[in-house]
Structures are given as C-alpha cells and as structure tokens.
Design a protein around this ligand. Structure first.
Ligand SMILES: [Mg+2]
Length: 363
C-alpha cells in the first residue's frame, strides 16, 4: 500500500514476521479491485498516493476507527461484516455531505496470530472490497502493524483457559469530492423546515440485540440478505441527489442514533426539533421487538447509517430518492430558553422532552 512501502514499515515488518506477507496480500487484492481510477493518478506502490480531484470541487476527508471490543466482536461479527462496516462508516459520512467517494485509505493493526493465519484477513477484505467495488472506491493506501498484545500461559488445571493476544484495530480514511461550496452541512436547518429520514430505523440495534443472544445464527450471514447491523448500506446516492437537486438545508448521517444525531444537527443549526413517534419508519426487525422497544431502537439505536435531513416546508420531496424511501418525521422549531431542544410527540399527541441517548457501541 502506498505508505506501507516506507522504510519505517519495512523495519517493523521484519520484527513482526508475517507482516510483509500481509502487506503483499492486501496490495494484490486492492490492486485487482482498483475501482474508479479517474481521479486516482497513483495508488498503492509508492510512498504516497496521488489524487486529482475533479475541477471545481472541494475535497472532503473523514476518518473512522473500527475497534475490536468497541465497534465489533470477533465472536459476533463475521470478518466480512467487519470489513464491510469499516468502509460503511466512512462512506456514510461522505453520503451525509452529498460527496462522491474518490479513494479509501486503511490502517490496520492485527494480532500476531491473525497476521500468520490469514483466514480472518481474507474475510475482512472480502467484505471491504466487495463494497468498495460496488461504489467504485479504490483502496489507495494505508499501513499495517502488529497490534500490541499479551499472551496468557495455558493453565494445566484449566486447559480451556483462552490464550489471548492483541485486538484488531482498523482506521479508515475516506476522501470525497463535492461541487465547490455546496457540500451538505449540519448547520443549515431553519425554523419551519421539515425533518426527513431515509430508509428505516432501529434495524441495526434490533439485529445487534439478536446477535448478542445467538451469534452463531448469524455466522453465515452475507451481504445479500437484509442485515442492517452486519451489512448496513451507506446512502451515497441519496446524499448525491439531495445535493444536486438542492433539496436539503441540512444533513447528517444517523451513526450514533436518531436522538443523538438530531441533537448534533440542532446544535450546529441553533434550532430545536420535534419528532412524531408515529411517523418513524420502523425496520421490520425492530417491529418484532414490540412497540416500546421498537421506538427505543428507532430513537436511540445506533448505526442505522440512514440520512437525517431538513428541507423547507414549501419544498416538494419525492416519496423516494435513488430508490430509497423518504419519510417526514418531524419539524424544526425556533430555539426557546427553558424549552427542551428535542421533543417527541406520541400517538396521543402528548409531548415530552427527548434526551440524546445514542447507542454507546458495545459498552
Ligand atoms: Mg457522521
């Protein structure tokens, strides 16, 4: 990969044993999957990648950690899901700003045993590169290292004690382009705007809850089925349509949960908002939880990776954009002293303050 060819990495590779083999494996797989080379002048193989953004565009950059034990568990998430989700986190940030992805960069730290036995790594890249291919995003560089870890000696009296090593740490950087000055921001919502979301909510939290109960049931999961937690979809085409058709005044992706991300949008726009509980589009998996838990998953469940956006009440929005359903879920209000920033209105018209209680990953 571009920066993995640096002398610094080479010296650490000789200490790490299988690391050069890991880099070579990544390099050959990434090159075979080079995506859209139009804006990538030079990918993996030199000290830096060279990008040439389209003329008249701003360059957008986002970075996201995927950490074992915080964002995924090896015993719950198939390796392909971890790769898919790592890239989705970055893609969804670009989608939220209406940007088109140009290239991805990945830094990956693996425990020693996973650098030697590449089954997990191959699965991870199966997931990541399939999604990269779908969105024509070249993997243009990165770095690898052995993650710091420890081993515990097996105790003869309790032979089933697990020998543990380090954690998997993945950091993805996504570069994207948007027409100069027109990237969608969180800060443009105005009182009177209508609040919309894409797709459905609560599915990721519902699938995660099911995973926690019986992880094995999901081990054979693949990207073809609907797996809102294991294989979420970033709404790039919707973000692109919102920008090009000048439909949205503000936009954010729902990565931390509707309540938390709506509070981010309100904070950035200096406004308040009210949500209609009955209008929230609940994912079928969330609906199976029963009404109260489904509402909780939709409001506070994380990682749905849908878009939350605002548009003036006079703007006619289609029922769907790029094949994804659009639902009006509330309204932007003027900020008033002593009033809650977020209010939820239940089916009987009762109003109550809504706390931002986004999902705290695996904590
Ligand atoms: Mg985001």
């Amino acid at each position: 990969m571009a920066s993995t060819a640096s002398p610094r990495s080479r010296s650490s590779a000789s200490a790490g044993g299988g690391e050069l083999a890991v880099i070579e494996r990544i390099r050959s797989r990434a090159t075979a999957n080079s995506g859209n080379p139009k804006h990538l002048r030079l990918g993996i193989g030199d000290d830096c990648a060279i990008l040439r953004p389209p003329p008249g565009h701003d360059l957008l950059v986002t970075t996201d950690f995927s950490l074992e034990g915080r964002h995924f568990r090896r015993d719950w998430h198939p390796a392909a899901s971890v790769g898919h989700r790592t890239l989705t986190r970055g893609l969804s940030d670009l989608a939220a700003m209406g940007a088109t992805p140009l290239a991805a960069f990945l830094s990956l730290a693996l425990p020693k045993n996973l650098a030697r036995n590449t089954t997990w790594l191959d699965g991870f890249f199966d997931g990541l590169l399939a999604l990269a291919h779908e969105h024509r995003v070249p993997l243009a560089g990165g770095d690898t290292a052995e993650s710091p870890g420890y081993t515990r000696k097996r105790d003869a009296r309790s032979p089933d004690i697990r020998v543990r090593s380090g954690h998997i740490l993945a950091d993805i950087v996504l570069l994207g382009a948007a027409p100069a000055g027109r990237a969608l921001r969180r800060s443009g919502a105005r009182p009177g705007d209508i609040l919309y979301c894409t797709g459905s909510l609560g599915g990721a939290a519902a699938e995660l809850a099911a995973l926690a109960v019986s992880p094995r049931k999901f081990r054979t999961a693949n990207a073809d089925g609907d797996h809102p937690h294991l294989f979420p979809r970033a709404r790039l085409a919707v973000g692109d349509a919102l920008l090009r058709r000048r439909l949205a005044t503000a936009c954010i992706d729902i990565s931390d949960g509707l309540s938390t991300d709506l509070s981010h949008l309100c904070q950035a726009s200096s406004v308040s908002a009210e949500l209609h509980a009955a209008s929230l589009p609940l994912h079928p998996l969330a609906q199976q939880l029963g009404p109260a838990a489904a509402l909780h998953a939709a409001l506070h469940g994380g990682e749905d990776y849908e878009l939350l956006f605002t548009a003036p009440a006079a703007t006619k929005l289609p029922r769907s954009l790029a094949g994804v359903r659009i639902t009006a879920i509330g309204r932007i209000l003027r900020q008033r002293k002593g009033q809650p920033q977020l209010t939820v209105i239940d089916r009987d018209g009762r109003r109550s303050a809504l706390e931002a209680r986004g999902w705290e990953h695996l904590r």
